[in-house]
Design a binder for this molecule. Structure first.
Ligand SMILES: [Zn+2]
Length: 292
């Protein structure tokens, strides 16, 4: 690797990948299955998904480790496999990664809550995230990407742990909801509070993903840019979920509609872009066509 993701972002818009879960479900992962175990059981399918994103123009792909913390894996009795699935995930992504592109070690939420809502504590979050980040970096991830965090406190625990585990760039994302008074996390934290706390904790990129569609994220990206001097990464869903019959959840936007919105997000200042729920390689390909 000759340059890092932050210097690339200073030159041009950096393109991340789209959803992993959406692609895994399309590849036969049963609903309710544990996606991270496919790093051990179906590595070829995971590698093929990464390859599709790189072929579509992604500079960065996320490892298949969204639920790869020991706390999250514990829900299905697999806490003991945490190190193994994270190491395998990076190995798979690096196999697919062309020269001068990047692998982001993905860290998602534990699924547990801090007081007053739940009974978990920050120390156990930090321990689980530290172990996960250490395995991702040991495997050779270029950056750590913390995503889909509904609580700023939990996201900060992950940022501190990632910083402690190594010296790579750390992307820190919280998920915002749109309210009449602006954008807030599920726990009520504002864009300004999130930016300030992430900067203090040493995050290198201020990010937001999931829940909101690309249209609603236009105002959000402006608020984020006003709140920080860090590069901003934005990864919207493919619009709203469509309520219909059984089967995997569908989303309302076409790749082209999504790509047109992404172009607006870039014009509004987004430094890095990608997709979340409902997006696939076609969305990334279309997006690249629109922003280049
Ligand atoms: Zn999502």
């Amino acid at each position: 690797m000759t340059r890092d993701i932050l210097s690339l972002a200073a030159e041009r818009v950096v393109v991340f990948d789209g959803a992993m879960g959406t692609m895994l479900l399309a590849s036969g992962l049963p609903t309710g299955g544990t996606p991270e175990l496919w790093n051990l059981d179906q590595p070829g399918i995971v590698e093929d998904i990464h390859r599709q994103y790189y072929d579509a123009g992604s500079d960065v792909v996320h490892t298949n480790t969204f639920g790869g913390s020991s706390l999250k894996l514990a829900d299905k009795g697999h806490a003991d496999k945490a190190e193994q699935v994270n190491l395998a995930a990076v190995e798979i992504a690096k196999k697919a990664c062309p020269e001068s592109r990047f692998v982001a070690g993905d860290i998602g939420p534990t699924g547990r809550m801090l007081p007053p809502v739940g009974t978990s504590n920050v120390e156990e979050f930090e321990e689980a995230f530290y172990q996960q980040a250490k395995a991702l970096l040991q495997g050779g991830a270029d950056i750590i990407s913390i995503e889909t965090m509904f609580s700023l406190e939990e996201a900060l625990a992950a940022v501190r742990s990632a910083k402690k585990a190594g010296s790579c760039p750390v992307v820190a994302a919280v998920t915002f909801n749109k309210t009449p008074n602006g954008f807030f996390t599920m726990m009520g934290e504002s864009v300004g509070q999130s930016a300030e706390a992430f900067e203090k904790a040493g995050a290198d990129v201020f990010a937001s993903n999931c829940t909101l569609g690309s249209g609603d994220m236009l105002e959000l990206v402006k608020d984020m840019k006003n709140a920080t001097t860090l590069p901003v990464l934005i990864q919207p869903n493919a619009g709203k979920p469509v309520a219909d019959d059984d089967g995997p959840t569908r989303y309302e936007q076409t790749a082209q509609e999504f790509a047109l919105d992404i172009k607006r997000l870039v014009d509004a200042g987004a430094d890095m872009v990608g997709g979340c729920c409902g997006t696939n390689a076609e969305f990334i390909r279309e997006m690249v066509r629109h922003i280049q």
